[in-house]
Design a protein around this ligand. Sequence first.
Ligand code: PNW
Length: 450
Amino acid sequence: MPSPLPDRFPRNFVWGTATAAAQIEGAAFADGKSESVWDRLARRPGAILQGDTLDQACDHYHRFDADFALMRSLGLRHYRLSLAWPRLLPAGDRTVNQRGIDFYHRLFDSMQNHGITPWVTLFHWDLPQALEDRGGWRSRCVPEAFAHYADVAVKAFGDRVKHWITLNEIRCFTIHGYGGLGKAPGANEAPGVVNQTIHHALVCHGHAVRAVREHGGRSAKVGLTDNCETVIPLTETPDDIAAARAYFIEANQSILGAIHGGRYAPAYLRRCGADRPKVTRGDFALISQPTDFLGLNIYTGLFVRAGKRGRPEHLPPSPSYPHTDSPWLGLAPRALYWGPRLAAEVYGVKNLYITENGCGYDDDRVVNGECHDLHRVEFLRSYLKELQRAIGDGAPVRGYFLWSFIDNFEWNDGTTRRFGIVHNDFKTQRRTPKLSAAWYARVIAGHRLC
Ligand code: PNW
């Protein structure tokens, strides 16, 4: 007999939603904000679906008060957002843009008035173009500038922000940004350069931890958000579980392995060969500082089984495997079981948060004032059931942030792909909570699936 699912999520479980500055704020060139690498990429023909830009996005810059009122009406008391580096330090380093600081003070005031706790990501992909012009993530100039940026942000907002996330998804803005996979800055570099961008991102993570410890106050908490390779054993048998675990360790050596191991694993360096990253003395003292939690963005997973002599074997899905409208986002609810479980077991992490989980579709429509996103409700429900099973089996998951509060600028997919539980009409900026928003509000209110 399988053990029954615990009826409720833990009492202090944190329920929230997540967004990122570049994807919702708009006002891309207002009040002294400079161009980001995404503002630049959006002007390259063919880079973004339908030629969409981030100029307006959800116009959250001017509408945050109403957005927080809506959030509150859904019972959402935790919100993960990011700060726009080009708004705060338009050149990337040097001069602070006071109007940018003032904007986030107004925003945090409004959150406080609505009883919503901020979880703030320092970097969610919007590198100031001025830094890209100096070499971007390829160059040491970014960690140097970031150290200053992190100090400025934590000093300015540390009295009201107590939950800090250093960087969002290192793999995405390095490998997908510099390895020819189309994300900003849309570069196509050799593997050695890409490995170096990852290393520089790890150094930035370290600087963010240092800045929070130095300026954040005693109760401040800090951690990374990673989209680790999530691995699911094909069957939940000892052989497949051992294979999945071995695959997980190897696939995550460059980021989570490095941070928690205090060095690059010899096996990783061997695989890199001549393309191994250059490490400067002192880097790993910064990179491997203890953190308070690990954030995982989990959307899907890789199925692995024990092959010949137990060797991990990855089974790629066939074309008709069910997926969302994002081709990369196959339905894999058990990712929310095995992701937290393996991360906790392999790295000994004591506090985990799911900092993103959700699904994107292209046909969410408002008809007679309603948006019937039944597919999203079923998707989320099936994933959360597995998360509940993970918690029941001892995975230290403390919270869950649904991506996303609102349909927003979905990077290369522009405004076509909708991830929100609140529908946004990008022409009128009219917000309409979808069925999934009403469902999630009930889950939060009852601490249980319904
Ligand atoms: C995450 N993939 O991105 C980001 O953190 C969000 O900004 C984004 O809007 C959200 O997920 C939905 O896409 C990812 O190709 C984008 O595997 C692509 C991948 C993973 C994560």
